[in-house]
Write a protein that binds this ligand. Structure first.
Ligand SMILES: [Zn+2]
Ligand SMILES: [Zn+2]
Ligand SMILES: [Zn+2]
Length: 345
């Protein structure tokens, strides 16, 4: 019997068994039933703004463009395009006294979860998920990511800003209205830190950015899904999730604050095109995505922001939970081939 392949992540000390022997076709994971998105009583829908806290950022239509504002007290806007609110049950909460950053930095080590936890409502339309949202709406979403990253990363008690998205009940989305979440942490979370340190070591050894090198290298493999002017999308060599893929900008930058208008539109297009391929291929599967980035200048040379998409098609069980090692029954090469076929730009 031939052996399964054992692969290590490009950066993390993380191993995956690519189980070709019990390989499954990606379409085996396609959802049978389509969950009906509930819109009645959706707290994120237009008209129900009063059940949520005041928005810290809203995009409002203004002379064919956008005007930015926020809400206070009981006042709520109803004609918003994007609405960013504090999470009602936050994992992290702002310091009681914002004038007190040094003490708060100290206290981070003693376990106070100081920071922000926000819900970014991506559209007034309940079902405007990236796979179906109109491109201009997705551009607003990315601009709102940028605005919040910019504001939050300047706070003295914020060391990292994690922007992520849960889609589908099985992927942890308790609300089906199109939304992302933003959580800030007082230190760099473990996975991001490990990725960053490995990227730094690579830079010290080779003098280049590993992500820039990966774009070159993976473009030549069967793991490539999409290659456009500004972004490259591929299934990572040691994917731990079946159908996992990463979206990496071609221009080296530690975060997306410097995206030009053209790059922002290209990012929106790439996100929509690939998320739509995933949706079409697997009948709107649950997934999570997260953006890895660096906000501090010292990471500029060696860190390169990217978006990682983790479809939630299998459950991690005893082996995964007890070892931190994974079994993936869809080879990244198969995942890439199927996603590529499903692309319909
Ligand atoms: Zn809704
Ligand atoms: Zn780079
Ligand atoms: Zn990453």
């Amino acid at each position: 019997m031939p052996y399964n392949e054992l692969r290590k992540d490009y950066l993390l000390d993380r191993w995956v068994i690519i189980a070709t022997e019990r390989a499954r076709r990606p379409t085996d994971f396609a959802k049978q039933k389509t969950e009906q998105a509930k819109t009645a009583n959706c707290p994120l829908c237009v008209g129900n703004e009063h059940v949520t806290p005041p928005a810290v950022l809203v995009y409002l239509p203004s002379n064919g463009g956008i005007r930015k504002d926020h809400e206070q007290g009981d006042f709520r806007f109803h004609n918003w395009i994007i609405r960013n609110i504090p999470n009602l049950y936050p994992a992290f909460a702002p310091p009681k006294n914002p004038e007190d950053p040094p003490q708060i930095l100290e206290s981070a080590n003693f376990g106070y979860a100081v920071g922000h936890h926000e819900v970014l409502i991506e559209s007034p339309n309940h079902t405007d998920h990236p796979a179906n949202a109109p491109l201009p709406q997705l551009v607003h979403v990315i601009n709102a990511y940028k605005d919040r990253l910019d504001t939050l990363s300047q706070k003295p008690y914020v060391t990292y800003v994690q922007i992520f998205r849960n889609h589908g009940l099985d992927a942890g989305a308790s609300l089906s209205h199109a939304h992302s979440q933003i959580i800030t942490t007082p230190f760099i979370p473990t996975t991001v830190k490990a990725e960053r340190e490995a990227a730094k070591t690579y830079h010290n050894q080779h003098g280049t950015c590993i992500f820039c090198d990966l774009i070159q290298q993976e473009s030549q493999t069967q793991r490539l899904i999409l290659d456009s002017k500004h972004f490259t999308v591929f299934a990572p060599y040691a994917s731990v999730h079946p159908m996992e893929f990463w979206i990496i900008p071609k221009r080296h930058a530690p975060n997306f604050l410097s995206l030009t208008q053209e790059e922002t539109e290209a990012f929106a297009w790439t996100l929509k095109t690939t998320m739509k391929a995933l949706k079409d291929l697997l009948n709107d599967p649950p997934y999570n995505y997260g953006i890895h980035l660096a906000v501090n200048q010292d990471a500029h040379d060696y860190y390169h922001w990217h978006l990682e998409v983790y479809p939630k098609l299998t459950a991690w069980a005893g082996f995964e939970k007890s070892t931190g090692m994974y079994i993936n029954t869809v080879t990244p090469e198969t995942a890439a081939a199927e996603l590529k076929k499903a692309l319909n730009p």
